[in-house]
Design a protein around this ligand. Sequence first.
Ligand code: CA
Length: 562
Amino acid sequence: MHKVSLSLLVLTVIAQFSCNQKETERHPTRPNIVFIMSDDHAYQAISAYDNRLIETPNIDRIAKMGILFTNASVTNSICAPSRATILTGKHSHINGKVDNHFPFDTTNITFPQLLHEAGYQTAMFGKLHFGNNPKGFDQFKILPGQGTYYNPDFITKDEGTVRIEGYVTDIITDMTLNWLENDRKEDQPFLLMYLHKAPHREWLMAERHFEDFTTRTFPEPPTLFDDYSGRGRPAREAEMNLLTDMHWAGDSKIYPEVMQELGIKGTSDWDEGAFDREVGRMNPTQRAKWDAAYSVVNEEFKKAYPSMSKEDQMKWRYQRYMQDYLGTIQSVDENVGRVLDYLEENGLMENTIIVYTSDQGFYLGEHGWYDKRFVYNESFKTPLLMAWPGKTPQGVRSDALVQNLDFAQTFLEAADLVAPTDMQGQSLMPFLTGKGDEWQRDAVYYHYYEYPSIHMVKRHYAIITKDYKLVHYYFDTDEWELIDRQNDPYELKNVYKDPAYAEIRATLHKQLDSLREKYGDNSQISQRYIDEYLDFLEEQGSYAGAKDTTLLKKIFQDRRKN
Ligand code: CA
C-alpha cells in the first residue's frame, strides 16, 4: 500500500517536472510579474510626476528603468470596482462590481487564475477589499475590508485571521520579501501582487515619521478655494470639501476632548469612531510616540483656533491633511525600495515586469477636495510606472490613453497566453518592448455609480480624449459637462452650452455613443444598477454615509410615488 502511493507520488512528481520543463521550452522568456499597487495614491504625490509635495526616489526608479504614463486612468474611480476591473479586464457594468457595497462576483474569470493554470506561481499580500478571498492564488494574506494602519489583522489562506503587531506598510512588505526569499519556486515564473493600504484615509503614518511630517508645510494647489461656479450641481453638491466635510478627529487628528473644549461639533457622528478605530488600536509604546507629536499639533491648534477665519481653517486643514497623507507615502516609498533592492540583489530584475500604480488618483486639496470618484483629472487619472528591465527603453514618458482595464491582457500576453475574447482592454506590451508608437487609442470610457452614498458624487459616465471630456451626470439630475482639457487644465469651466464648441460637442456625442456600444453599456443597465442599489438602501434603512439626507429622503419619496 505504502509502496503504491510512493510510486504514484514519484510518477506525479516526474509528470509535473516534465510538464514544467515543456512549459519552459514552449515559453522560454515568460517573465515574472511584480504588481505594486497602493490605495488612493495621487500622481501629484510621486516625484517622477511632480516634486512640489514629496520626493519618492524609490518609486521613481521604476520610471527611470522604463516608462511613466502621464495620461493613465481608471474606468470607475473607487477602490473595489477598480480592483475588479484590473483583475477581470472588464468594465464595471460587465464584471458587476460597480460600487463598494456589494461583494465581488467570484464567477468572473480573473487574470491571476489564468496565469496560475498556465504554470505561474501566484501570491497576493495586502489590501484587496472585495468582501471575499481572491481565486487563483497559491498564497495570500489580505486585510479584512479597509484594514487598519496599526497592528492590523490579516485573513490568511492557511492560518485563518491573524493579528500582526506593527505598521501595515512595513508588514505587507515583510510578507512580500519573506515569500520571495522562502516560498518562491525557482523553476516557475511568478505573479506577485503587493498591495498597500496606504495612503487610504484616515492617513496614519509610521512612528518614525511623526515628528518630521507633523511639522512640514506644503504649497497649496491653485484651486483650493474653488467655488464651483463654472460647473453644475454635481461639483457643488459633493460632500468632500476639506473645510466642511473632513472630520476633525478621525481625519485632522484633533483629540475629541479638544474639540469639546473648543466647542467644535463633530462633522458627523463618525468622527470619534474613526479616531478610536485607528488611534485606539495602538499599543502603549506606539500611542506614547503618537501623543508626543500630536499633542503639539493639538496644543498649537487650541491656541490658534479662536481667531481663525474660515479661510484660515481651510488652509490649516489642508496642511494637516498633507502632513498625514504624505507621511504615509514616505513609508510606501521606503518599502517599495526594499522590494526593488531585493529584486536587484537576487538577479530577478532582468526577467521581471514591474508595475507601480494606484487603484485610482486622489484630490490633494484641488477644488477644495479630498477623496476621488469624479472624472476630473486628479481622481480619473492614476499613477502608472512600468518597466521590464532590459526590454523596455529607459526613461520614457507617454501621454497615451491607457487604463486599468488594460492590465489583464498585458500580463496574459507577457505570459504568452491568449486572452479571453470578452476582455475589454488592450495589451500594453508594445510599450514594454519599445513599440509604444504602434499603440493606438483615441478615447476612453468612464462610468461612476456609487450614489447616493458617502461623499455624494452623482452618477456619471463620460468619454475622454486627449483634448476633451464629455460627461453626463444622471439619476437625480440630467446635466452635461464639456471640459476643454488643453485650454482649461484646472477643469473649472463647463463649456457644453458655449456655441464655439457646438461642432466638437456633436462629434463627441457621436463618439460617446459608439464607445458605449463598443463596451456594451446603456441606460437599461444603468437603471438596473440603480434599482438594485436603492432596494439595498431601503432594506438597510440607510443613507450610506451621506451627510445631507434631505436629498435622499426625497429620492425615496419620489420612488414610492412612482
Ligand atoms: Ca482606493
